[in-house]
Design a binder for this molecule. Sequence first.
Ligand SMILES: Nc1nc2c(c(=O)[nH]1)N[C@H]1C(S)=C(S)[C@@H](COP(=O)(O)O)O[C@H]1N2
Ligand SMILES: [Mo]
Length: 253
Amino acid sequence: MNDETRYILSDAARGLDVPTRRLFLRNALGLGTLAMLSGCDVVDGLSAERVLGAMSDFNDRAQAWLFNPNTLAREYPARMITRPFPFNSFYTPNSPDLAPRIDPREFLLNVTGLVERKDDWTLRQLYALPRFTQITRHVCIEGWSAIGKWTGVRFSDFLARVGADRHAKYVTFRCDDNYTTSIDMATALHPQTQLCFWMNDAVLPRQHGFPMKLRVPTKLGFKNPKHIGEIAIGNDYTGGYWETYGYNWFSGL
Ligand SMILES: Nc1nc2c(c(=O)[nH]1)N[C@H]1C(S)=C(S)[C@@H](COP(=O)(O)O)O[C@H]1N2
Ligand SMILES: [Mo]
């Protein structure tokens, strides 16, 4: 492989999720193979990207296909809880002071799209929902993980209460800091997927997502939206913040 080839490949591979990228680079797929895959004689950066983009879509579908709705993420004993629990956000790492300030008395959660009941929810109403607690591991794609204890309503119960169309493809989360992400319905209905309001037995701290976050222990950390302001059910792909930077959309663990 010459330098230019290497450059084109590693540049295009940036659009892949980490494990796929690692595999891809380890196997150092040559230009010849890539040309064969894409069916063109001359492989430039753009066609390499197109092939890799198709691989990433394939990766989403393969992961969705392999996802077992009955497989539970591991739960841990309380003594293994990580303290302090790391803070992370897209706007600036290590600046919890920039996390949104939300007035709990004014807060309203919007529920939109393919649902029978589009009423907004106050925090008082949300806090009154039946709750369960999980101690699970949060895994960030940036290379750290931490164990926390989260309490809140089973998301499938919440979806049933609002009369969500369970055959819709996507659930999209729009957050107060303009972060967004979306998940597949199978994951939304997974028994450990939780709309959570408490962390380590206290109200969810501001930097960790007050007033609520979605806890999804079967997916990477960036698929766990904090400061949720809107939950939308629909069939149109909506992607998300990190997804537009090339992180694999499904990102199952
Ligand atoms: N609203 C919002 N949610 C978000 C993020 C964000 O920047 N904004 N970052 C994601 C990422 S990449 C991670 S690792 C976790 C970090 O959660 P923590 O701060 O509680 O550790 O939140 C996820 N959810
Ligand atoms: Mo993350």
